[in-house]
Design a protein around this ligand. Structure first.
Ligand SMILES: NC(=O)c1ccc[n+]([C@@H]2O[C@H](COP(=O)([O-])OP(=O)(O)OC[C@H]3O[C@@H](n4cnc5c(N)ncnc54)[C@H](OP(=O)(O)O)[C@@H]3O)[C@@H](O)[C@H]2O)c1
Length: 316
């Protein structure tokens, strides 16, 4: 996976136990990196038949080199023995996954949210108010062409921040571990700004590419400019109401940069609709609509995108 140069010191000093929920695309990249770094980790699975000593995953990195790993596995509702619980799962899967293991979660265990969309922080705060919690977002790319095969499609970067931090002496050790997982990583004093920035990109590119059945780059066409601007402008007004210092031109610039950079890609929502899967729309434009209503900000463009994706999901 990602070429890394870490001192053996970093590896040997990590005694924390990591649990990764699922064996998905991003989860597979994390598992591979834990394997490379010699971390103590296991996968928490919901499918009992996969929990076995010879469980294996093949990971194809960006240079098309394939590594086979054999992580320890545990049924999710039996998992107890971990310090860090990473959730590289869809936003709409977070609450159910945490509820399925809630009886075994201890207040010192650190929850790490790693997904697109927003809205799960509120859910975790309600369900597990005492647990330390990190929220993160990554631009790495991966997919699973087969059930036990993860293909990395792009390098990226990761942004992380504490929502609820543990004792100061624990913070350093945990940050060191998480920093190494999907590098380069940046820690933010207020991660919600990075999450809103990513949400803006997803709220534009994901639904529009899914609705029009196009690659990201086609959003450069003039006919999409108005809709992109309206969608961003509503999010910008919400962010300003929430006291983030943000300008519409900066949000648009960021969105356009991603459209350019990923011109040849199909977005995840495009792929979800194309393959008849549930999308993360409720945690993307749905979250924008909810916040807009709470704050009295107009969200017509986001509501329209939300409705169109829900209609496409219903047709499946
Ligand atoms: N893939 C990418 O390139 C990429 C890039 C950036 C961000 N993201 C974001 O990262 C998040 C994860 O995406 P992904 O593509 O890695 O998803 P994914 O491949 O669908 O993986 C999700 C995994 O979570 C597991 N899971 C879900 N609920 C569970 C539960 N209750 N208990 C146990 N396991 C559970 C699934 O298990 P089963 O195998 O049993 O279904 C699956 O293995 C999403 O928010 C996505 O938008 C993805």
């Amino acid at each position: 996976m990602v070429p890394l140069s870490l001192s053996s010191d970093t590896q040997s000093k990590n005694s924390l136990k990591i649990a990764i929920i699922g064996q998905g695309a991003i989860g597979g990249l994390l598992a591979s990196q834990c394997h490379n770094l010699g971390y103590n980790y296991q996968l928490l699975l919901r499918n009992k038949t996969l929990v076995k000593p010879n469980f294996s995953l093949q990971i194809e990195d960006i240079r098309q080199q394939v590594t086979q790993i054999q992580p320890k596995t545990c049924q999710i509702d039996q998992a107890k023995n971990f310090d860090l619980l990473i959730l590289p799962i869809k936003a709409y899967q977070v609450l159910a996954a945490l509820k399925s293991m809630q009886k075994n979660i201890q207040p010192h265990q650190v929850i790490v949210l790693l997904h697109n969309g927003m809205g799960t922080i509120e859910q975790v705060k309600q369900l597990l108010p005492d647990n330390p919690c990190v929220a993160a977002t990554t631009s790495y790319g991966a997919f699973k062409p087969a059930p036990a095969y993860v293909k990395q499609t792009g390098l990226g970067e990761t942004h992380l921040g504490w929502i609820n931090s543990p004792e100061p002496e624990q913070v350093e050790e945990i940050e060191k571990i998480l920093t190494n997982l999907l590098p380069p990583s940046s820690w933010h004093q207020d991660i919600t700004i990075a999450l809103w920035n990513k949400l803006t990109i997803n709220a534009v590119i994901n639904p529009l590419t899914a609705i029009h059945n196009i690659k990201n780059g086609e959003l450069n066409e003039r006919k999409y400019t108005g809709e992109i601007e309206k969608t961003c402008s509503e999010i910008c007004s919400i962010m300003q109401q929430l006291n983030y210092s943000v300008q519409l031109k900066d949000l648009l610039k960021r969105v356009n940069q991603v459209i350019e950079k990923t011109a040849n890609n199909y977005s995840s929502m495009h792929q979800d609709i194309y393959h008849g899967r549930k999308t993360e729309i409720e945690y993307i434009n749905g979250y924008v609509v909810q916040k807009g209503k709470e704050l009295g900000v107009g969200v017509k463009a986001n509501q329209e995108l939300f409705n169109q994706i829900k209609a496409l999901e219903k047709k499946q």
